[in-house]
Design a protein around this ligand. Structure first.
Ligand code: SF4
Ligand code: SF4
Ligand code: FES
Length: 255
């Protein structure tokens, strides 16, 4: 087994401010960045705050930025970096810092609560639901989400624009709206809920200019932009310009 010493710059601080701190730390074959952060805790910085749980890319809690790119600490191999490279580890930029590498991701939970849940179809009981395999596959792709919020962190709409946060749910939750809007059994429309319209009016779909940055950082490989955001935009626009929908809206508004 070979080992070497790597140079790390790790952000230390809290809500009052902070900065990068230099470390030289041992790296062994097969290690990931989270191993190095744990070694720092064990040998040089026992009070370094970092959030993690599974170390297997499944809990979504070790999200941070490595050399400025949103990534999971536990899924980033040290072998992707040059041995003489200085590796920078900083907290997620789009969310407020609590301490060191730990941020307050409560924004995401607040947005999750704003998406109305699945509306069961009338007269069809659990166990009687039938769907085409392609509809199942689509939902399953979206449900691979581990809620790491790397897509939320990277999206330029909120990354440097705190003022957009109120109006914009972010890619993870627009994907949730898309999943429900395309769900063949969701009875939201019958219940008077237009998910396409809420995507525009309540969740800020119009802010998204399909840059695909969210897709690029998703550790689950979910094609957020192509399979959720673009179809959601198409469906919202189709509905807006559908003459029957327009007429129905007009009648509803009058009555
Ligand atoms: S595609 Fe849309 S949601 Fe995704 S990063 Fe770009 S602007 Fe944000
Ligand atoms: S969609 Fe991907 S990047 Fe976004 S929260 Fe889910 S797993 Fe993370
Ligand atoms: S520790 Fe669970 S995803 Fe990294």
């Amino acid at each position: 087994m070979s080992s070497y010493e790597a140079r790390f710059e790790v952000w230390r601080g809290d809500v009052r401010g902070g900065g990068l701190e230099d470390f030289a730390v041992e790296v062994n074959d097969g290690e990931v960045v989270l191993d190095i952060i744990h070694r720092l805790q064990a040998t040089q910085a026992p009070d370094l705050a970092v959030r993690w749980n599974c170390k297997a890319g499944k809990c979504g809690s070790c999200s941070a930025e490595i050399n400025g790119r949103p990534r999971l600490l536990c899924m980033t191999r040290m072998s992707v970096f040059e041995r003489d490279e200085t590796i920078t580890v900083t907290p997620l930029r789009a969310f407020p810092v609590i301490r060191d590498l730990v941020t307050d991701v409560g924004f995401n939970y607040a947005k999750a609560r704003q998406v109305p849940s699945f509306v069961p179809p009338e007269g069809v009981g659990p166990g009687e639901y039938r769907m085409m395999q392609e509809d199942v596959d689509r939902s399953q792709e979206f449900r691979k989400c581990i809620e790491c919020f790397l897509c939320q962190d990277t999206c330029h709409v909120v990354r440097d624009h705190e003022e957009n946060k109120q109006a914009f749910a972010g890619p993870r939750f627009l994907m949730r709206v898309a999943e429900l809007d395309m769900h063949p059994l969701d009875a939201a429309e019958e219940a008077g809920l237009d998910r396409g319209r809420t995507a525009q009016d309540d969740h800020g779909l119009g802010y998204c200019n399909i840059t695909k940055c969210c897709t690029e950082v998703c550790p689950e490989g979910i094609r957020i932009t192509d399979n959720a955001l673009i179809p959601l935009k198409e469906r919202a626009v189709d509905r807006k310009y559908d003459p029957l929908v327009w007429l129905g809206d007009k009648i509803r508004r009058r009555s």
